[in-house]
Write a protein that binds this ligand. Structure first.
Ligand code: PLP
Length: 354
């Protein structure tokens, strides 16, 4: 790609990098020095600029605040074995951002703004990419409505921002999850497949109830029968049953995770049988009772591959065995980490150098 897009850069005079303690990174609390900001108005994306991370002024009447016209993405950049920095599958995130934008009546973001903006931003804040095992630079692109108008209609103006934060391991302990059979995250025909802000606000209350019962996350089930598994928090979910990798098939109520796609591809490469289909809570509970469920884990950018140790259903908890060293989830997690850090060949062209 030719670097032709002008990006105005206003670098910080006071880097906060010395405040970062690489041994104690908490997810999402500390932000790198700079952010990329691009405004959309009069039917066009304006000149992108990079400026110090900080507060900004917006109209209190913007329809992101009132009606939820807001979407986001999440991806990571990794410190490479050769000392450089590379981003994992960024174009997949752009395509999903634009699918979310279409669902929310927001303008598509051009590839050159996203890719060049991302590269410039990460080059400038490269010193913020942590190099410890399992650590990375989490990248948060997002877009929201900015019209100062309170009527219920799509905004004419928007702002797109990317900021980043260094992150360590997300879940440090194996997860306790339980089936949710009353509340709903999303329904067929709704916005569940989009990374739309409102999906997450609506999921907080049921998640909070489960956390008060000692679970980390919910296993969402479908909105009509409350039986078919959808996903878990901000992760897609996978099971190993009889040596086969099983995951719920995508639908309009399930987020099409890029980690999910990557794990399915690596499973295929490893010769592991894969089934993408409907998975009922009854099938999983029966396998838990019979002791035939070999593995259960969540897959997502923030958590990467998170082992599920306990599944709650109808007031009963079922424990899974600790995955052995050669368990699929451990092997695929290592294979993914090796590609992301440049220590094994990138056969699928997933890494983009900055
Ligand atoms: C982001 C997200 C995922 C995981 O997607 P990745 O692209 O793998 O990070 C899964 N479920 C939901 C609801 C999400 O928001």
């Amino acid at each position: 790609m030719i670097d032709t897009l002008p990006i105005r850069i206003q670098a910080t005079a006071a880097s906060r990098l010395t405040e970062l303690d690489p041994a104690h990174i908490e997810f999402g609390k500390m932000f790198s020095d700079h952010m990329l900001v691009v405004d959309y108005h009069d039917g066009a994306w304006q000149e992108p600029h990079i400026l110090p991370y900080g507060d900004m002024a917006v109209s209190p009447a913007n329809s992101a605040l009132h009606y939820g016209q807001a979407i986001f993405e999440g991806l990571k950049a990794y410190h490479q074995a050769d000392g450089s920095v590379a981003i994992f599958r960024p174009l997949d995130n752009l395509h999903r951002l634009n699918a979310s934008a279409a669902r929310m009546c927001m303008p598509a973001l051009p590839e050159e703004i996203f890719m060049q903006g991302l590269r410039e931003l990460i080059k400038l804040d490269a010193a913020w990419v942590p190099d410890a095992a399992g650590a990375a630079l989490y990248i948060r692109p997002f877009m929201f409505a900015t019209d100062g108008f309170i009527g219920v209609r799509p905004s004419d103006s928007y702002r797109f921002i990317i900021f980043t934060c260094p992150v360590g391991v997300y879940y440090t302990k194996p997860l306790r999850v339980r089936f949710e059979q009353h509340f709903v995250r999303s329904a067929e025909g709704g916005t569940g497949y989009a990374k739309a802000a409102g999906n997450y606000g609506g999921a907080m209350y049921p998640s909070k109830l489960a956390q008060e019962e000692g679970y980390h996350q919910l296993l969402w089930t479908d909105a009509s029968a409350h039986e078919y598994i959808e996903e878990s928090g901000t992760m897609n979910v996978m099971f190993v049953l009889d040596g086969c990798l099983i995951t719920p098939a995508l639908s309009s109520s399930i987020l099409d995770g890029i980690t999910r796609r990557s794990v399915l591809q690596l499973a295929h490469d490893m010769g592991m049988p894969v089934e993408e289909r409907r998975v009922s809570s009854h099938e999983i509970v029966a396998a838990l009772q019979a002791g035939t469920l070999e593995e259960a884990f969540g897959v997502g950018t923030a958590a990467t591959i998170a082992t599920i140790a306990t599944v709650g259903h109808d007031g009963r908890d079922y424990d899974l065995p600790t995955p052995a060293a050669d368990a699929f989830s451990r092997r695929v997690s290592q294979a993914l980490e090796a590609i992301r850090t440049g220590s094994s060949p990138d056969a699928h062209g997933w890494m983009v150098a900055v």
